[in-house]
Design a protein around this ligand. Structure first.
Ligand code: SAM
Ligand code: TMP
Ligand code: ZN
Length: 406
């Protein structure tokens, strides 16, 4: 069992164990079901630098490869968000002569395609070759490699310094985070910024969003832990903003130490985290007990519905559904299948729990009595699209922050 902090080497204390789990996006065919990879999904907090992180990790090659299932452009909300991000960079950080932006984990080019359209020099670093191809088809320049200090040196040698290094839902995935920060140090221009947007520990705890915990999310950042990490590697946290993606994230901006004036938001966010005792053992232990309560309640609800002969279908097969179904032990006896709009997930099985994934049309053929909303972070978009389901008497089941039927 790992007890050394990946950032500072301090001791990591475990506070929650979500059991034996497969890789969250490792959707599989029925033939592959007997050779699945499992590990123990447990999370701890570093007593020295407060970084919350997985106890065990899955090798990166098992998570990111030529059949990576997560496509960032899958939701209209995400497309709009990343288009706005691109606009913002073009209007602020990328206004000098011949600017250059690097995105770590550009996936299918959801952000960089807008940069490419504007004719600005850019490079995506993306190890998952299937999604990298999708980005290339949109005119995005991509290097299919894992980002680390060696990759950063190669990019710098070929393209020169970057004005912006960006990452979204990627930096918290990289276990060798020290190498990432040394790489950014190598690559970034003196006045450049390293901006990353990642799930926020504060939201995970507040909303009991335990399903954000899975193999790909190695770190669960807070403003305090990111600030400490930045300082350790010669950077300074100069901005932090809440953003609504994935149920609640923070966009962090790092600059070289002393290069920019930190925004006042940082002090207030740090004060808020301290007042809540966000990284304190008592808070994190309370989180575990709340999660255990949700498990008991949701299982009782699903078993009751089954006993009453009511039908339940899962809606959305995000990585989060893997955590929930495996930790709760939800199999096809309780939820016979899930629907998901991602073509590459359809026809496959949810990792570990082996719920079949079907195309969205299976949802209305006929409508079930209840829909368990695994993609709860897209609730608004999905419920607007599925108004007929509710009009036909269907009810949604939500489980974060608590079990609710609406
Ligand atoms: N940026 C997109 C977004 O926010 O929707 C995609 C996020 S996706 C969850 C994470 C991406 O990071 C995957 O495409 C994965 O292949 C990539 N990735 C994982 N490890 C990486 C590394 N060391 N360097 C660069 N990209 C990496
Ligand atoms: P995400 O929470 O990681 O973005 O994943 C959301 C999943 O939900 C993804 O697999 C696509 C799926 N989805 C649908 O099936 N229908 C929808 O309308 C939306 C927005 C997402
Ligand atoms: Zn630490």
């Amino acid at each position: 069992m790992r007890t050394d902090c990946r950032v500072c080497g301090g001791e990591v204390r475990e506070f929650v164990d979500l059991g034996r789990q497969p890789t969250a996006n490792g959707f599989l065919t029925p033939e592959e079901a007997d050779r699945e990879f499992f590990f123990r999904l447990a999370v701890g907090v570093c007593g020295r630098c407060a970084m919350v992180q997985l106890i065990e990790e899955v090798p990166q090659e098992l998570r990111y490869h030529g059949a990576y299932r997560y496509h960032a452009s899958g939701s209209a909300g995400h497309r709009q968000h990343f288009e706005q991000n691109a606009r913002r960079f073009l209007d602020t950080e990328l206004t000098g002569p011949d600017p250059f932006v690097v995105e770590i984990g550009c996936n299918d080019g959801v952000m960089l395609s807008a940069i490419a359209e504007a004719g600005v020099r850019h490079l995506g670093v993306e190890p998952s070759t299937n999604v990298a191809e999708l980005a290339r088809a949109k005119g995005v320049k991509v290097l299919t490699r894992f980002f680390d200090e060696t990759t950063a040196a190669a990019v710098r040698a070929e393209h020169g310094a970057a004005d912006v290094v960006f990452g979204a839902n990627t930096i918290c995935h990289i276990a060798h985070i020290g190498s990432v920060l040394r790489g950014v140090d190598e690559l970034l221009s003196p006045g450049g910024v390293f901006v990353f947007e990642e799930p926020y520990l504060g939201t995970i705890v507040e909303r009991t969003a335990f399903d954000q915990i899975y193999d790909e999310h190695v770190f669960y950042f807070s403003v305090a832990s990111v600030r400490a990490m930045a300082e350790r590697f010669g950077f300074e946290l100069v901005d932090a903003e809440h953003i609504p993606l994935h149920g609640g994230e923070i966009r962090y901006t790092l600059a070289r130490a002393g290069a920019r004036v930190p925004a006042p938001a940082i002090a207030s966010l740090l004060a808020d985290e301290a007042a809540r005792g966000l990284s304190e053992p008592e808070t994190l232990d309370r989180f575990r007990r709340t999660v255990e309560g949700v498990k008991d309640e949701l299982l009782a609800l699903l078993r009751g519905l089954r006993a009453d002969g009511r039908s339940v279908v899962g809606y959305g097969a995000p990585g989060k559904a893997t955590t929930v179904t495996n930790y709760f032990g939800i199999g096809t006896d309780l939820v016979p299948f899930v629907v998901d709009s991602t073509p590459s997930k359809q026809g496959l099985l949810v990792p570990g729990s082996h719920l079949p994934v079907r195309a969205p049309h299976a949802f209305s053929d006929p409508y079930p009595d209840y829909a368990l909303l695994f993609a709860w972070n897209h609730a608004e978009e999905i419920m607007a699209k599925e108004q007929e389901f509710q009009a036909a008497g269907g009810r949604w089941i939500l489980y974060a922050p608590e079990v609710r039927v609406i």
